[in-house]
Ligand binder design. Structure first.
Ligand code: 13P
Length: 245
């Protein structure tokens, strides 16, 4: 278990420069008082360089929300890992369920994106998680194991367990379910990569808020949280950072 907990904000397609500035100033202040937390914000790509520049001198890092698997080319609208790195990112989310669903991203593509990210020194945050139908059918562990084993690159990565049914719904799995799925993910990832279990870090995402963060962060096998909606509200996200003690 690492000493530090990852507190990651995924702003998704939200945020204009003026409100983002106020938000990151508050986040930087909270992070300065929380050396036990590795705080990362993932703004929309248009704000990445600006947000990174506002955070110079703080201990908050930035990340992209997606990258293309190729270094460059005729891919209108896409962003390469090197472009994110140049804009100041240290991390990049890949394989978020919203992209898997809306853009049909496969495990193989997610793995290629993660490899591209690592190739330029970014740490990929690889998202996995089952849908409600898969959980109801008793297939959650099988689906997640396949996503983990087919999406993992060789190298330094973070995994995020985000059950699709918990994203933006206010529903969260029980602590027991989070603990058992994280143990499962760690076991599969250790088997696939040959890494020691202690070297595999899995953060939880899906309806994390100021009220439930402390309990989730204290759950065995949870190395941090990936926060959507609550990462856009300074008070809520700062409370989550404080919950990482
Ligand atoms: P919410 O925290 O809004 O449920 O979103 C979770 C998520 O998708 C983070 O990547």
């Amino acid at each position: 278990m690492p000493m530090r907990k990852f507190i990651i904000g995924n702003w998704k397609m939200h945020g204009a420069a003026a409100e983002a500035h106020t938000l990151v100033e508050a986040v930087a202040e909270a992070a300065a008082k929380a050396p036990q937390a590795e705080v990362i914000v993932c703004p929309p790509t248009t704000l990445l360089a600006q947000v990174t520049s506002w955070l110079v001198g703080s201990n908050v890092k930035t990340g992209g929300q997606d990258c293309h698997a190729e270094a460059e080319g005729a891919h209108t609208g896409s962003i390469s890992a090197a472009m994110l790195e140049e804009a100041g990112a240290a991390y990049v989310i890949v394989g978020h369920s919203e992209r898997r669903a809306a853009f049909g991203e496969t495990n193989d593509e997610v793995k290629k994106k993660a490899q591209a990210a690592m190739g330029v020194g970014l740490i990929p945050i690889i998202c996995v998680g089952e849908t409600a139908a898969e959980r109801d059918a008793g297939k959650a562990e099988e689906v997640v194991a396949r996503q983990v084993s087919e999406s993992l690159p060789k190298g330094h990565f973070l995994l995020a367990y985000e059950p699709v049914w918990a994203i933006g719904t206010g529903k969260t799995p029980t602590a027991r379910d989070i603990e058992s799925m994280h143990a499962h993910i760690i076991a599969v990832a250790a088997r696939e990569t040959g890494l020691a279990r202690e070297r595999i870090f899995v953060v939880y995402g899906g309806s994390v808020n100021a009220a439930n963060a402390r309990q989730i962060l204290a759950t065995k096998g949870v190395s941090g949280v990936l926060v959507g909606g609550a990462s856009l509200k300074a008070e809520a996200f700062c409370n989550i950072i404080n919950s990482s003690e």
